[in-house]
Write a protein that binds this ligand. Structure first.
Ligand code: 6PG
Length: 487
């Protein structure tokens, strides 16, 4: 048998897989490739892979035989049972110390399960987030690996070579943590992506519906915003979307697109995880539900003829001031969204015993991924100043930014409410901000209600924490309190 020559193997030649292979090859690595429909392998070799150090394989056995030891195989197939099927096929062909890497959008509990199961067989498993779409995979994605730490030194040179670079030559890829930590961080990335996109849509709605801005004016506004604190990939592509016209009709393309959103599930998982950990993730939750509401298109069309709101009247204030206020509302809400997302990662690290370093995550997201932005550089600086920061809002820089932007943010919220424009993400962000900075909330009354109808007990302001009391509110109930427990 010929001496194995490939540095890494990759299974699954859809567009992300193909582009990652080309990126690895471009960085000097020899890559062996396999795809279940083997004609894809031949097409790839005859096309984009032609003349490159790419070894085409027609079976997993051939793939395994072509790899240098310890073997490293990246699996780029649809998340879910397909990943298990590929692992089951490969595992008997491998030797202790070999490495399997799942680069799909896998739900992190599956990655934890696979890391543990493969460890029993002596195999090292990595579950990694890869963000940046097709372009990122080819030119430099953000890569968020977690799993069996013994695998990392073997994979590190390849991953850090192909990852996006920021600030000179710093790779947007580092070890995230054990088990499902890498996929957990990628899930939160996607949740934040949902939040950013919803905030941008709300800004668009306000400028379009209230000020009557069309695609050309919006293109200009987003171009300007992209040169300020909002500078980011998502603002940039939004600017470009407003500049794009349908080749047939000549109309702005954005005006021709149906207002009903799809979603594949990573945003929903993020929200479920926040509920499980008891971390308020209100903005991302609103972003997920805004997509759900948008999908009720027929119901909304019917309701639009039935349910009344404020009469549509044109905006009578200062237009330029309002555009600036919307920029501030978007910016301040974005700070809240990231504060919530990073608080979720901190809670998960605590709960699971994983060491997820928020500063390191901010650096990995600084370039390559969908949420890349200058803003993430500021977040990195905040966690460098205080790695144990409870909430990003408490960092002196962000505290100042929130102070600076909040008058515009509040004006936008009141204009939106009085004109009947829904801004669920921006307004929930403001409610979170006002809630978080309140030393006293109305929850005393809520505790009284719980105790009234269910003897659930309460703590008192004039007694030490941890002592629980019950009141016989009606004189009819007994003195027995229900036990305190959390479901
Ligand atoms: C990325 C993206 C990507 C995700 C899409 C689609 O980081 O490159 O997050 O992984 O699959 O954004 O997500 P939805 O279909 O749920 O919008």
């Amino acid at each position: 048998m010929a001496t194995p020559t490939a540095d890494i193997g990759l299974i699954g030649l859809a567009v992300m897989g193909e582009n990652l292979v080309l990126n690895m090859e471009d960085h000097g690595f020899t890559v062996a490739v396999f795809n279940r429909t083997t004609s894809r392998v031949d097409e790839f070799l005859a096309g984009r892979a032609k003349g490159k150090k790419i070894v085409g394989c027609h079976s997993v056995e051939e793939l395994v035989a072509s790899l240098k030891r310890p073997r490293k195989i990246m699996i780029m197939v649809k998340a879910g049972s397909a990943v298990d099927a590929v692992i089951d096929q490969l595992a008997p062909l491998l030797e202790p110390g070999d490495i399997l890497i799942d680069g799909g959008n896998t739900h992190h509990p599956d990655t934890t399960r696979r890391t543990r199961a493969l460890k029993e067989k002596g195999l090292l498993f990595i579950g990694t987030g890869v963000s940046g779409g097709e372009e990122g995979a080819l030119r430099g994605p953000s890569i968020m690996p977690g799993g069996n730490p013994d695998a990392w030194p073997h994979v590190k040179p390849i991953f850090q070579a192909i990852a996006a670079k920021v600030d000179g030559n710093v790779p947007c890829c580092d070890w995230v943590g054990p088990e499902g930590a890498g996929h957990f961080v990628k899930m939160v990335h996607n949740g934040i992506e949902y939040g950013d996109m919803q905030l941008i849509c709300e800004a668009y709605h306000l400028l379009h519906a209230l000020l009557g801005f069309g695609a050309d004016a919006l293109h200009e506004v987003f171009d300007r915003w992209n040169r300020g604190p909002l500078d980011s990939y998502l603002i940039e592509i939004t600017r470009d979307i407003f500049g794009y016209r349908d080749p047939e009709s000549g109309q702005p393309m954005v005006d021709l697109i149906l207002d009903t959103a799809g979603q594949k599930g990573t945003g929903k998982w993020t929200v479920i995880s926040s509920a499980e950990l008891g971390v308020p993730l209100t903005l991302i939750a609103e972003a997920v539900y805004a997509r759900c509401l948008s999908a009720l298109k027929e119901e909304r069309v019917r309701a639009s003829g039935i349910l009344k709101g404020p009469a549509v009247e044109s905006f009578s204030g200062n237009v330029q001031q309002f555009v600036d206020d919307v920029e501030m509302a978007l910016y301040a809400s974005k700070i809240i969204s990231y504060a919530q997302g990073f608080a979720l990662m901190r809670a998960m690290a605590r709960e699971s015993g994983w060491t997820i370093e928020n500063g390191s995550v901010a650096l990995m997201w600084r370039g390559g991924c969908i949420i890349r932005s200058a803003f993430l550089g500021k977040i990195k600086e905040a966690f460098d100043r205080n790695p144990a920061l409870d909430n990003l809002m408490l960092d002196p820089y962000f505290q100042g930014e929130l102070e600076r932007s909040q008058s515009g943010w509040r004006r936008v919220a009141s204009v939106a409410v009085s004109h009947g424009i829904p801004i669920p993400a921006m307004s929930s962000a403001l409610a979170y901000y006002d809630g978080y900075r309140s030393d006293r909330l109305p929850t005393n009354l809520l505790q009284a209600q719980r105790d009234y109808f269910g003897a659930h007990t309460y703590e008192r302001t004039d007694r030490p924490r941890g002592e629980f009391f019950h009141t016989n509110w009606t004189g009819r109930g007994g003195t027995t309190a229900s036990t305190t427990y959390n479901a």
